[in-house]
Design a protein around this ligand. Sequence first.
Ligand SMILES: Nc1ncnc2c1ncn2[C@@H]1O[C@H](COP(=O)(O)OP(=O)(O)O)[C@@H](O)[C@H]1O
Ligand SMILES: O=C(O)C1=C[C@@H](OP(=O)(O)O)[C@@H](O)[C@H](O)C1
Ligand SMILES: [Mg+2]
Length: 180
Amino acid sequence: MLALPNLILIGPMGAGKSTIGRLLAAELSRDFLDSDHEIQDRCGADIPWIFDVEGEGGFRDRETLMIDELTHREGVVIATGGGAVLREENRRMLRERGTVIYLFTTVEQQLRRTAKDRNRPLLQRPDKEAVLRQMFGERDPLYRATADLTVRTDRRGPRSVVNDIVRRVTRLVDPLQAKA
Ligand SMILES: Nc1ncnc2c1ncn2[C@@H]1O[C@H](COP(=O)(O)OP(=O)(O)O)[C@@H](O)[C@H]1O
Ligand SMILES: O=C(O)C1=C[C@@H](OP(=O)(O)O)[C@@H](O)[C@H](O)C1
Ligand SMILES: [Mg+2]
């Protein structure tokens, strides 16, 4: 069996990158790294605090450094934050250093899944739906341009998404095994 490359999850807030990444890594006996969690551990502060004190630009600089660091690992599962594709530099690192999986979901599901969330500074406002729709317009093309494959997460639970990813990644990495 061929070694699996890094598996990197991208997609919008609430698509399930953190949840599915953890399950996927356990299923494959790989290490799991969540870019946002690593940034918080490194700073000793949570994401709302970083946005408050350093602004979104400060967070994005930390995110670029973290993506660079995490993608230098081998054979790991990485969950990125929803804005990881905004910088060309990040997109290039993601594409070059792993198999990139776009977890697609709808704005309706994002609203449901983030309804009680207080840890995503970009969503702490009354016009959340409009913000998510605008982000979708800007970011969906970037997710698609960066990803090797797209997996829908809006109409099924995390376990089913994980099974689908394992099947499709195996086919991508080792077509002979997938046929057997
Ligand atoms: N496929 C799914 N079906 C139902 N709920 C999900 C699914 N994936 C994630 N969730 C839920 O949505 C919320 C946000 O998931 P999370 O993994 O934090 O998303 P992301 O890291 O992409 O922002 C969590 O409460 C999680 O349990
Ligand atoms: O979409 C974004 O710009 C962001 C998504 C968040 O991660 P999740 O996608 O895991 O929620 C986190 O990185 C930060 O709040 C900014
Ligand atoms: Mg997350």
